[in-house]
Design a protein around this ligand. Structure first.
Ligand SMILES: [Zn+2]
Ligand SMILES: [Zn+2]
Length: 350
């Protein structure tokens, strides 16, 4: 049985709008007019269309969900059993039935891994530099609490098929009788009349979850944190998918970043610049002391090694680059201006 949800790349509780969007996106990508017409491309496009037609129609979708609950094997046993008729050999078809229906029964309760969930997390510039612990809320599919992931109301479990009485097959009449898949139950042996109202037979239901996550120091816009088994729940005891967190870093007017290097400008006065001094440079979570030599160049960047952003899972860090920014007093008294004029006269280039 084809998984239409997987083909369209949507979750089992996707809205009609999401299904439509996914179909339009895939149709643009995989239309034989785009990829070229051959059997492989045509078949794949047919699958996409079939998935959309079924899931976009609420009645067909509900019916499909019911069939999905009591899943058949990945390959439809029905078509194989009908092929077996060509052998007109009862022993063989019985053998085939056994084989296929055994697979189908096993597949019904096969654990299925949950889907991966993607979400975004914004951290401040300082949090990206220092690392932090953040509370993160995200939506994921969890096992429906009403039906406990079965897909049917607890009071209305699937009933034995009244046609084949659970045997999954019926004896077809003819000169050489053979067994064929029961049409009433589609070879499942059970009939499901009702689906769980909460999850509409999807067995899973979207819930918002909040967890604390550890953001390591040095993250950037390119960081995608992978939290193993924190995504959507699986079915029949299948493991949860992963939670993929795309990091966004808010800008900070006081700093900039280039690769793993941190850049900052530090204010100095004219006399400090001319005479040399020690200045304090503020960086996220710390303050550093830096020596400014006499006559330092304003355009020059001073490098402080290993004070930039941490590299992922490494001991070393980028560097810190400090650029000097000249600050002048808001008011210079007449007497001082006279002194400056004198200095300009006696010091060439002042
Ligand atoms: Zn349910
Ligand atoms: Zn039946």
């Amino acid at each position: 049985m084809e998984d239409y949800y997987q083909i369209l790349g949507v979750s089992v509780d996707a809205s009609q709008e999401e299904i439509k969007k996914a179909f339009h996106r895939l149709a643009r990508q995989f239309h034989p007019d785009v990829l070229g017409s051959n059997k492989k491309n045509d078949d794949y496009f047919k699958k996409i269309t079939e998935s959309y037609q079924t899931l976009s129609d609420p009645d067909q979708r509900r019916h499909y969900n019911i069939k999905r609950i009591v899943r058949t094997s990945p390959q439809s046993p029905k078509s194989h059993v009908q092929d077996a008729a060509f052998f007109a050999f009862q022993g063989f078809s019985e053998f085939l039935n056994d084989l296929l229906f055994k697979d189908a029964a096993q597949a019904t309760q096969a654990p299925t891994q949950g889907q991966h969930v993607e979400t975004q997390l914004t951290v401040s510039f300082a949090e990206a530099y220092l690392g932090c612990q953040k509370s993160l809320s995200f939506k994921a599919l969890r096992v429906c609490s009403d039906c406990k992931g079965k897909g049917w109301p607890p009071k209305h479990p699937p009933q034995k098929c009244p046609e084949c009485h659970g045997a999954k097959v019926r004896l077809a009449k003819g000169p050489l009788p053979f067994k064929r898949s029961c049409k009433r139950c589609n070879g499942i042996g059970q009939i499901q009349a009702q689906v769980c109202r909460r999850c509409n037979g999807n067995c899973l239901f979207t819930e918002t979850e909040t967890i604390d996550i550890e953001v390591p120091p040095g993250v950037s816009h390119e960081t995608r944190l992978c939290l193993s088994k924190k995504g959507s729940s699986g079915l029949h005891g299948g493991e949860r998918g992963d939670l993929l967190v795309q990091v966004a870093v808010a800008p900070d007017s006081g700093f900039s970043r280039h690769g793993n290097d941190l850049k900052v400008s530090a204010p100095v006065t004219l006399s400090e610049l001319l005479l040399g001094t020690q200045i304090r440079v503020k960086i996220p979570g710390d303050e550093l002391t830096m020596r400014v030599p006499a006559g330092a160049d304003l355009g020059q960047s001073f490098r402080l090694k290993n004070k930039g952003f941490a590299y992922h899972k490494k001991e070393n860090r980028g560097d810190l680059y400090v650029t000097l920014k000249l600050t002048l007093p808001p008011h210079i008294p007449e007497s001082a201006l006279a002194l400056l004029k004198q200095l300009a006269k006696i010091v060439p280039g002042f």
